[in-house]
Design a binder for this molecule. Sequence first.
Ligand code: AQP
Length: 333
Amino acid sequence: PRRILSGIQASGALHLGNYLGALKRFTALQDSGAPCFLFVADLHAITVWQDPALLAAQTREIAAAYIASGLDPATSTIFPQSAVRAHSELAWILNCVARLGWLDRMTQFKEKSGKHKERSSVGLYTYPVLQAADILLYKATEVPVGEDQKQHLELTRDIAAKFNTDFNAPGFFPLPEPLIQGPATRVMSLRDGAAKMSKSDPSDQSRINLTDDADTIAAKIRKSKTDMGVMPAPGDVLDDRPEVRNLIAIYAALSDTTREAVTAQFAGQGFGAFKPALADLAVAALAPVTAEMRRLMDDPAEIDRVLKDGAERAAAIADPVVDEVKKIVGFWR
Ligand code: AQP
């Protein structure tokens, strides 16, 4: 049976990349009838410093974003990662399955630790192993993520396969498929077509936040980097126009169409025509999500009910799996 699983870190502000690469995809999968497990990754968030006074609110904010973007808590299981103990338990066991050489190849650690590798938390290094635990605990078959998570998904598959072989448990963990789909699997910065749109970019102009109001969104798109040309024609190669390609991908994802269709519609026009159309589209898509997030955040009781109920439903699946893992490993029981 299909089982979809994904998570978003509880590390503050969500942006358009998270929305198009993750949230919008989750909703589409839920609406296609697949059972979805969506967690707020608070254990992942603390791999870098999080203010304890803010972490619970950040967790609620991601839960609000899930609900506001169309996930139905009755159908989809929405829960905080740390509320299901099995995540941490399985992560430890998988830490003993994963090889140092595999983790050494992870590019996200290299990017996030930067020049200060020796001052990074050990958790930041083993982050992809926790991610493997998140996925394998639910024996998930498909994991919708943005392009940046592709390498971690491959590692999850390697860990699952090694566990199954080492412990002579063929097929115990199914190998999950990454779902990296749609026109916006890697939304780029509005200021630099070579950099991913990211919450850690120091320039707020580089991203559209889910909390931005309509005027801010329009202004950021108006000032977004383009070039001296006009909108490309279908078939034009855009390798040396990454910013233009990015705006077209955003337009396509927001309007549920393809990049080709967008190019056909705007070919030869100036950015003065395209950018306002894109801004209108972005505002129309995000305003209802933002408004619903605000409404939900005003009454945390509703979100808390969803998270508690989700944690119970998730634990009912995860706990027996981790018990079986302990048996397979040979722990005293
Ligand atoms: N730019 C993006 N384009 C498409 N998808 C993206 N995702 C993140 N950035 C983009 C996807 O969003 C989901 C949640 O990601 P996360 O919780 O792991 O957040 P992140 O990747 O840490 O987000 P940032 O903004 O990139 O944070 P920093 O700056 O800390 O690295 C995932 O499915 C991710 O692929």
